[in-house]
Design a protein around this ligand. Sequence first.
Ligand code: 1HN
Length: 348
Amino acid sequence: MAEPTKARNPEREAFYAEIGEHSLSPLWEVLHDLVPKSPRTPVLPTLWHYEDVRPFLMRAGSLITAKEAERRVLVLRNPGLGGREAITQTLYAGLQLILPGEIAPAHRHTQSALRFVIEGQGAYTAVNGERTLMNPGDFIITPSWTWHDHGNDSDKPMVWLDGLDVPLVAMLDTGFAETYNAEKQLPSRPEGDALARYGSGLLPVDYKPETKTSPVFNYPYARTREALESLSGAQEIDPWHGIKLRYVSPATGDWAMPTMATFMQLLPKGFSTQPYRSTDAMIYVAVEGEGETRIGDTVFSWKPRDVFVVPGWTTHSHHPAGEAVLFSFSDRPIHDKLDLWREERIKH
Ligand code: 1HN
């Protein structure tokens, strides 16, 4: 800390100890920690290679069933957060495995969840009575307080990344949860209903949003990839982002989820991003291609299915070996809504 520390002497120490007994403390001893000149995060840049984690996931698969576990997930714990179930200060992430024939039983909670599909295809997640089949690269939403269950009717393991606002909801003391009265929900709408109603540049004529979460709950990778492909020949490629798109709610134009921002970006072959930082810590999943990301003094080499974290307000740049596609998410909507979000585009 640049600020001079206040002198401590026995009289002051005795006073602090005495008032401590009365649930009081001297602000002047901690003022500059409470009000830092710029963000000082305990979150550490961290990389999980999928090929290292996958054997542990499969071992978990023979150790416990999805039914007994309720959710068979290996949590991606940020080593800077002292053993908390958190990947950043506000967000949680984990890799969930569901084996052929298994069901992860229905429940609901106030925490919002996103799924980013990593491996396998043909398992489903059901949200408030509508099923969607999961394919690699799909971004799927389980909005706050919606019933959800997952099942794998395919003949291969399915793995996806869960991202939830668990630490945020815990900090706000707003966690509620319920279990459903059956293992799985009976479908009340056909598959593809939400995408047809809300995700085709059209909306039902009298539609009014009832919640702050997008009514589209599966953004299929095939569509996202097609959009990026069409733009890959574009002239203006952002020096800091490459070709970066954000997922939005078609009902509001706002982020797809109230607490989590989600993005997909294409980095053209031979392109490196310029150094950049923003207040929101970012969780990245490599989808296609290989490359390196420099985060402060740390260099991570990634390939498809690897997950890594960029702490908030930490300068980073991406250096793909060839064309690459990255998915990412953060708590940026919260920063935005509280007028706290800042970014810095650095020029070399
Ligand atoms: C949850 O409900 C799921 O529904 C996954 O798949 C991970 C982590 C913390 C709390 C609830 C799921 C979760 C979770």
